[in-house]
Write a protein that binds this ligand. Structure first.
Ligand SMILES: Nc1ncnc2c1ncn2[C@@H]1O[C@H](COP(=O)(O)OP(=O)(O)OP(=O)(O)O)[C@@H](O)[C@H]1O
Ligand SMILES: [Mg+2]
Length: 241
């Protein structure tokens, strides 16, 4: 095999994401079901930063939750690394998510009684008996990278912006290959928002991860290689640079 084939081979080992024809319906009360995602398709190569904007209620969080395997779609598929998520059992899907996905939830989903460091360590809770020193050091480093120095503080005592940064540190703890970030800078000032944008993009680059950013933050969206707008359940208007 020629030596020049090696980099391509290495690149092809990173998993890619393919979303095809997703349909999600929601029923509230006795009325007819509402179409929230209307045949949404999206292909994301390894290491790509994708930005998704769109009005409130457009289905952005719903889309991320389907991609993360937290919500079963009514139609369509999500493929990761060539395998279909919908074909996995619930337990296998939970394992897949734990091993591959870093999720920054719009409402953070922190455990308020646990400390900053304990929250960052949550994703590795099932990997080890006890917490290895290297993991604690890794968690402390992540806390520093998001600018949190109150490591023993209860998560519930933090400001909203601090909680958002903690949620991001936790999502990055396992060096995920797929980072799904739902409004990751919504509670941050411009300076902290830019810093968090840098961190997410750096971490994606370090791990050749795909990064999906749902955001209203124009400065953050401008850094995405692929940009979309979700409106009325349809993913529109790709702008690629
Ligand atoms: N569990 C649910 N049951 C019924 N409807 C729901 C449920 N979750 C979300 N919806 C509806 O689905 C639609 C899309 O919601 P979603 O949270 O995905 O929007 P979004 O684009 O993330 O909005 P925002 O920018 O405000 O976060 C909304 O109309 C919402 O009311
Ligand atoms: Mg949302």
């Amino acid at each position: 095999m020629p030596a020049s084939a090696a980099p391509d081979l290495a690149a092809s080992r990173a998993p890619s994401l393919a979303v095809a024809d997703l349909v999600v319906q929601r029923r509230e009360g006795p009325g007819p079901a509402r179409l929230i995602l209307d045949h949404v398709s999206l292909a994301v190569a390894p290491g790509t930063v994708v930005g998704i904007a769109g009005p409130s209620g457009a289905g952005k969080t719903t889309l991320l939750h389907v991609i993360a395997g937290l919500l079963r779609p009514d139609g369509g598929s999500v493929h990761w690394d060539g395998g279909e998520l919908g074909a996995l059992s619930e337990a296998a899907r939970d394992r897949w998510r734990r091993d591959n996905v870093g999720l920054v939830f719009q409402d953070f989903q922190l455990l308020p009684e646990l400390s900053v460091i304990e929250n960052i360590l949550l994703p590795i809770r099932f990997d080890h008996w006890g917490t290895p020193r290297a993991k604690r050091d890794g968690a402390a480093l992540l806390a520093a990278r998001v600018g949190l120095d109150q490591r023993t503080a209860r998560a519930g005592s933090l400001s909203r912006g601090e909680q958002q940064r903690l949620a991001i540190a936790r999502a990055l703890m396992r060096r995920p290959r797929l980072i799904l970030a739902d409004e990751p800078t919504a509670s941050l000032d411009a300076e902290n928002g830019a810093r968090i944008g840098d961190l997410l993009i750096e971490c994606a680059r370090e791990n050749e991860a795909s990064l999906l950013l749902v955001s209203h933050d124009e400065a953050l969206l401008a850094r995405a290689a692929q940009r979309y707008r979700l409106a009325d359940g349809k993913l529109l208007g790709e702008r690629t640079r």
